[in-house]
Design a protein around this ligand. Structure first.
Ligand code: SIN
Length: 477
């Protein structure tokens, strides 16, 4: 591991700041300590907010071209250090190195994309109703942004939020997840090397997320909160943010239905299920959470899935050819165990897996469960583990009703060869994103985000920068 990228202090106003308290960051595979990291509290959060607020006065006045150049320099350094960043990511988060490399590239793509979008923040000139004035529309950065990111994509979620914020002219205070602060800190180090000025990016690792969340939401200097994580925490942050009328972007939990119709290409549906479900060992918000299979092809698909799942290798993310790695922590393991047990109690069957690996007590075996009912806990809660819940269905009408019978609405997947059905389901499925005949839908050029309790706002794409901009109307006589 490139030790110069392994940082253990908070990053405030361009300085690496030591705190009295520290917390452990452990490797989820070896369970050994990687490093102890500064444990920030209210004092550091307010110092970071003040630094971001002061830096906003100058950063917001730089030209779009200057901000674009800095973001591109950051992108270049991330790509140059891709292997080292991926190793840090795998060591603290656990995912297979190949996926970690994919994540670093995925995150970097957002930075390059928003470096380009910085140059396209156009206004408008609109005629007035009586023709005596001109209506000018300009766009201004919202101000300091509080960014709170999850452990499942510790690099890409930071890139996806920080890049549009900086492109728009905002400055940021980031609180990374306690499990995975090292990827975030390494990104801050490279941002500094790229010449992003002091105070524009500040980073406060902590073991007490709520303390930093409260500091960010209680400060009027912070004008926006961008959060990726659970719906439960998102609701708390939204209610706190209401106090200062902070804008919010919320990427919250999902419960993705994955529907395979009788006319689908079966092999590509099976590949899609595998890719969607087992990426990051099932720990993504867009993972297939409920797989609905038409009853006429149910057994054929189950047999094919069993063959594929049996071939999955478990182990350390640093080993070659491993695709299922440890879950992030004990709470994650307990949740998966509880959901599997309650589905079994309700009559579902475990075809393969169903328990912790006997080789490693943090790895949950890749699992297939059949005879799952759509109203069981395992089909109503986000599993966040490598468990496939298979549910047979008989008609399009009933499956759409079941797919929509959830408060979540992040991602959905549909495999069918019928273009009329694609058109119908595009309208009927209540979800911010739908993959038709595709199991992996995330990329920097597409708008990522949900409906219903999966959140609000969109990240990535040409829409992703607007969440960081205020529209200002000038009436010019
Ligand atoms: C997430 O799980 O929160 C993000 C997944 C993605 O970006 O594909």
């Amino acid at each position: 591991m490139n030790e110069s990228l392994v940082k253990s202090r908070a990053f405030i106003n361009g300085q690496w700041v030591k705190t009295d308290k520290r917390f452990r960051v452990d490797d989820p595979f070896s369970q050994e300590l990687i490093v102890e990291v500064s444990d920030c509290g209210e004092k550091e959060a307010h110092a970071a907010i003040d630094a971001a607020h002061a830096a906003f006065q100058s950063w917001s006045k730089t030209t779009a071209q200057e901000r674009s150049n800095k973001l591109l320099a950051w992108y270049d350094l991330i790509i140059k250090n891709l292997d080292d960043l991926a190793e840090i990511l795998t060591t603290e988060q656990g995912k297979p190195l190949k996926e970690a490399k994919g994540e670093i590239q995925y995150g970097a793509n957002y930075i390059k994309w928003f470096a380009e979008e910085a140059l396209r923040v156009d206004g408008d000139i609109i005629p007035s109703p009586d023709g005596n004035q001109q209506i000018h529309v300009i766009k201004k950065p919202v101000g300091v942004v509080g960014i709170i990111t999850p452990w499942n994509f510790p690099q890409a979620m930071i890139a996806r939020k920080v890049a549009p914020a900086l492109a728009a002219g905002c400055t940021v205070v980031i609180k990374p997840a306690a499990e995975t602060p090292l990827s975030a800190l390494a990104m801050a180090e490279l941002a500094q090397q790229a010449g992003i000025p002091d105070g524009v990016i500040n980073l406060v690792p902590t073991s007490e997320a709520s303390v930093i969340g409260e500091a960010l939401t209680s400060s009027f200097k912070v004008r926006k909160i961008s959060f990726t994580g659970s719906t439960k925490v998102g609701k708390i942050l939204m209610s706190q943010a209401a106090e200062n009328v902070q804008r919010v972007t919320m990427e919250l939990g999902g419960n993705a239905p994955f529907i395979v119709f009788e006319d689908a290409d079966i092999d590509s549906a099976v590949d899609g299920i595998m890719a969607s479900k087992f990426r990051n060992s099932g720990q993504t918000c867009v993972c297939a959470n409920r797989v609905f299979i038409h009853e006429s092809i149910y057994h054929e698909i189950v047999d094919k899935l069993v063959n594929k799942v049996e071939a999955l290798q478990t182990g350390s993310g640093l080993e070659d050819d491993v695709s299922i790695t440890p879950l992030i922590n004990q709470a994650g393991i307990d949740k998966v165990k509880r959901l599997v047990q309650s589905a079994k109690d309700g009559g579902a069957k475990v075809l393969i897996g169903g328990e912790l690996s006997d080789k490693h007590n943090q790895i949950f075996e890749p699992t297939i469960m059949t005879d799952v009912q759509f109203d069981m806990d395992i089909a109503c809660e986000e599993i966040f583990g490598p468990v496939l819940s298979l549910i047979p269905f008989s008609s399009e009408e009933s499956v759409v009703e079941q797919a929509n019978a959830t408060k979540a609405g992040l991602a959905a997947y549909v495999y069918t060869d019928d273009r009329h059905r694609i058109k119908r389901l595009s309208e009927q499925i209540e979800s911010g994103m739908i993959g038709f005949n595709e199991g992996i839908i995330s990329n920097h050029m597409a708008p990522f985000g949900g409906v219903k309790e999966s959140g609000m706002g969109r990240e990535g794409s040409k829409y992703g920068i607007s969440d960081y901009l205020d529209i200002k109307y000038l009436c010019i006589n």
